[in-house]
Ligand binder design. Structure first.
Ligand code: ADP
Ligand code: ZN
Length: 438
């Protein structure tokens, strides 16, 4: 049962001071839980000469060691779990975007918490029992499928568990079942739009109201494109398997920053190089400590995701949980070209604002002598393909110039015909790094 017609749980509007009290209480619990039940943490704590009793204030979190993706991989599959196998009711794995997948596990109570966190998010963007929720992400090991499925069901919406693939059928389902809300990656949403247009269906006619898009970085320009095409409101959904999955942070009606559920996740942003904590507004790596996870407590987990905590003004939606800026990129996606840091999301931001540019692009990084080169391959919309070389050259130069303004460096731009580049049902792989190859 929802707490009110606006909030799923009362914790969403709890005064900040109370959230902080809960954080301290839960932090002490999780640190003790990890120390008592995970040999990896006991050893780490001993090496650092610290003990769970040393955590007396929230600031004491700084005394604790970080946990990295490598730690999870080295302890594959269950080495960091804090409960015996008979207490586990489910496992998932990460998508494996950056190497060998990590295994995560849940107790019955973990699942219950996770469902409610996802339900907070869906309820926040207006999903109600009268909605039809089409869940177009993978239902297997990826957390996004089952995670959002159970949350939408809990709210009472009618769930269409269509998973990924067969885009024409997905569109037919939407029309036949009266789908009002969808969940998928933003790149898949762009693909749906393209396929619908190919079927001579105006995406607006589908009747969608709410789009929940996540699992990969996307830009404000893409939001605008999706909102205009489908006539819906598009919300950014952030999560990662190690923190249960989706439902960690989500945009509210303001569509300006993502509320991150601070009663379940302790938030820090650190300098990715030095590990020093950064202040509000300072861009760095998001470090999260889940505060209620029984099966897999992770202390100060380095997410690898770059963002910052936004200004401390109370949000007009009434929720008191802090907001983070949309994810700018992953530490390991950052390209350093001639000393300049580039995130793929910056490239996307530029491209999606150029009217001639279609929905797909690819970034190829190569090495020419000692220097890295970026080549951006861009699909041009059919209606702008005039066949005139001079027109194409003009467009190519225009894109190159826009990219130079944003990135501060010269890139090669290649124009290709619509339909040339690969389409994605899940997370898009738009970066092709060929630097390691001869
Ligand atoms: P993997 O790290 O293998 O992709 P997951 O499937 O758990 O594993 O995906 C979590 C990661 O996906 C996050 O750490 C982040 O890099 C990315 N991600 C998830 N949601 C978003 C989002 N809304 N914006 C940008 N990146 C996101
Ligand atoms: Zn808000």
């Amino acid at each position: 049962m929802p707490y009110s017609d606006k909030y799923w749980q009362k914790e969403e509007i709890m005064p900040r001071r109370e959230i902080e009290e809960i954080q301290l209480k839960r932090l002490r619990w999780v640190v003790r839980h990890a120390y008592d039940n995970v040999p990896f943490y006991r050893k780490k704590f001993r090496e650092l000469g610290i003990h769970p009793d040393d955590i007396r204030r929230r600031e004491d979190i700084r005394k604790l060691p970080f946990t990295t993706k490598e730690d999870l991989r080295e302890n594959y599959p269950f080495g960091l779990f804090a409960v015996p196998k008979e207490k586990l009711v489910r496992i998932h794995t990460s998508s494996g975007s950056s190497g060998k997948p990590k295994v995560v596990g849940y107790t019955a109570r973990d699942l219950e918490n996770w469902i409610n966190l996802c339900a907070r998010c869906l309820y926040m963007v207006g999903l109600r029992s009268r909605d039809v929720f089409q869940n177009m992400v993978s239902y297997t090991m990826f957390t996004g499928g089952l995670g959002m499925h159970y949350a939408a069901e809990r709210i009472g919406a009618m769930v269409v568990p269509s998973g990924t693939g067969n885009t024409e059928r997905q569109i037919q389902f939407m029309l036949d079942f009266g789908t009002t809300a969808i969940h998928c990656t933003p790149s898949y949403a762009l693909h749906i739009k393209e396929v619908a247009e190919g079927m001579e269906i105006d995406p607006k006619e589908i009747g969608l109201r709410i789009g929940c898009f996540g699992a990969e970085p996307w830009s404000e320009a893409t939001r605008k494109k999706l909102e205009d095409a489908f006539d819906l409101k598009a919300f950014d959904s952030y999560g990662l398997s190690e923190m249960n999955g989706p439902g960690v942070a989500f945009e509210c009606e303001e569509q300006n920053g993502l509320h991150i559920w601070a009663d379940h996740y302790f938030i820090e942003v650190v300098d990715p190089e030095t590990g020093e904590q950064l202040g509000e507004g300072e861009k760095g790596e998001l470090v999260l400590t889940p505060l209620t996870k029984e099966a897999l407590p992770l202390i100060r987990y380095r997410t690898g995701d770059i963002t910052f905590v936004m200004d401390e003004e109370k949000c007009s939606c009434g929720r008191t949980h802090p907001k983070i800026h949309r994810i700018i990129g992953r530490c390991d996606d950052m390209i350093i070209v001639r000393g300049i840091n580039v995130f793929p999301s910056q490239i996307e931001h530029v491209l999606m604002q150029i009217p001639e540019v279609g929905d797909n692009y690819q970034v190829v990084i190569t090495k020419k002598g000692a220097l890295d080169e970026i080549t951006v391959r861009v699909e041009v919309k059919d209606e702008f393909f005039t066949g005139e070389l001079a027109d194409m050259e003009r467009l190519r130069r225009k894109i190159q110039e826009e990219l130079r303004k944003e990135l501060g460096l010269r890139t090669n731009v290649e124009l290709v015909e619509k339909g040339t580049l690969e389409r994605f049902e899940g997370k898009a792989k738009r970066i092709l790094d060929l630097r390691g190859e001869v």
